[in-house]
Design a protein around this ligand. Structure first.
Ligand code: 5AD
Ligand code: SF4
Length: 420
């Protein structure tokens, strides 16, 4: 979501005549787009702000946007007095106000809902992978999560505006569409004639666009994986066989205290249905270890489910107490060293599963999408349908989509050769 917001902010500034620079000391405007999901991310924002204010030109406008802006509000001005603006994740389209009135401080952390989408200029060119937000906010209120506070209640964009942005992206360079939302599969929009559209409708319509070769979406809430959506994996070959569907914990009692009231059986049944629809589908998850009250036995159940489902490409985090959340006030907070030991154990297991899956890809051929050159310029990085990085030797006129046969694998990436 932040990558998308960053693109829109850059496009908006280009529209106002700004150009990009890599040199902070040369910039006329500096914006930090921020994430508040864990305390570490928030802390990094304030240390980066300290560094930037020492390096920047005195006249440069300087501010933060996104979830840390929303969480800190006016307090950010107290911590960093020379900040010019603090704009929340749904009000960054107000940025031009500071260009018109650079001497005033601009604070706007309103939950403007979908207003920003209409207020932003269209992008001139689109990246090969276009992120298209289809909903904002979240109604699930998991007890550890700050998102319902920073991004507000769930609200879906209209079917027409999502499709207009998708078609525009396809006409200006996109090959892959990634639909985005904190609760992406909760997408639900009813038009004025009473017709309701779901994520499956967006996928079906997008698959008809000739320029679009690949479709995916993130992040999904397990119980909103409805049958119409599961069926898309059977009927739409452009939908990638890869799904991020976070389980967070393998312990039923931890899930209940996280306010994620699905049963583990239901979760496994959904995976079973997905595999019947698309036998090669692979699942990734997010995990939180060290949630308040998590016992050794609870943690063992998380290890067990990770091995059972064989998640590839997962994200795992130590629980981080956040303001405005119920879990921060729960008893039995877990000591830092226990959290760290559990995270290390889970990561070892997840890496091993990922390495096994990567090795199982050797000698197989996949349709891959070009991401760009690697840092050395001697290789190209492609993405497989399972979002693995695949490295091939650089060549002239490399195709954006290529059939690649995998020749080697380790836990982090694949190597391959273009076969057509
Ligand atoms: N502590 C640790 N991880 C968190 N996440 C969300 N809130 C917290 C928190 N307070 C993780 C969840 C979510 C991902 C985006 O971030 O795993 O799926
Ligand atoms: Fe946060 Fe995701 Fe839970 Fe929503 S479903 S409250 S975004 S963790």
């Amino acid at each position: 979501m932040n990558v998308y917001d960053g693109f829109r902010i850059a496009a908006m500034l280009e529209h106002h005549g700004f150009m990009r620079t890599d040199d902070v000391s040369d910039a006329d405007i500096i914006i930090l787009n921020t994430c508040a999901v864990r305390a570490k991310a928030t802390d990094k924002v304030f240390s980066a702000l300290g560094r930037i204010r020492r390096a920047k030109k005195t006249s440069a406008l300087f501010g933060i946007v996104g979830c840390v802006a929303r969480e800190s509000g006016a307090d950010a001005f107290r911590r960093i007095p020379d900040l010019n603006f603090v704009l929340g994740p749904q009000s960054y389209h107000k940025l031009p106000d500071i260009l018109e009135n650079p001497d005033a401080r601009l604070l706007n952390i309103d939950l403007g809902g979908l207003e920003k989408f209409d207020a932003l200029p269209q992008m001139q060119t689109s990246p090969r992978v276009a992120y298209i937000p289809i909903q904002e906010g979240c109604n699930h209120v998991c007890t550890y999560c700050i998102v319902p506070y920073t991004r507000g209640p769930e609200i879906s964009r209209s079917f027409e505006s999502v499709m207009a942005e998708t078609i525009h992206a396809a006409k200006t360079g996109a090959i892959e569409i990634c639909f985005l939302g904190q609760n992406v599969n909760g997408y639900k929009y009813t038009d004025k004639n009473g017709k309701t559209y779901r994520l499956s409708d967006l996928i079906r319509e997008t698959a008809k666009i000739p320029e679009i070769m690949r479709i995916r979406f993130t992040s999904s809430y397990p119980t909103e994986m409805t049958d119409d959506l599961i069926d898309m994996f059977r009927t739409e070959p452009k939908l990638l066989p890869f799904l991020n569907m976070p389980i967070q914990s393998g312990s039923q009692s931890v899930l209940t205290r996280m306010n994620r009231p699905y049963s583990l059986k239901l979760y496994c049944d959904i995976i079973h249905k997905l595999k019947s629809a698309r036998p090669d589908i692979q699942i990734s998850s997010d995990f939180i270890v060290g949630f308040p009250g998590e016992s050794d036995d609870d943690f063992e159940q998380t290890m067990k489910i990770a091995k059972q489902i064989k998640y590839i490409n997962s994200y795992s985090f130590k629980y981080s107490p956040r303001p405005h959340t119920a879990a921060a006030l729960m008893p039995d907070q877990i000591p830092e060293n226990t959290k760290a030991a559990r995270l290390a154990q889970l990561d070892t297991c997840l890496n091993e599963i990922q390495r096994e899956f990567n090795e199982s890809c050797i000698n197989k051929t996949f349709a891959c999408l070009l991401e760009g050159p690697d840092k050395t310029g001697r290789h190209l990085v492609y993405r497989t349908p399972f979002m693995q990085q695949c490295i091939v030797p650089a060549c002239d006129n490399a195709p954006a989509m290529a059939q690649i046969t995998i020749t080697a694998a380790n836990k982090a990436s694949l190597r391959g050769k273009i076969t057509d």
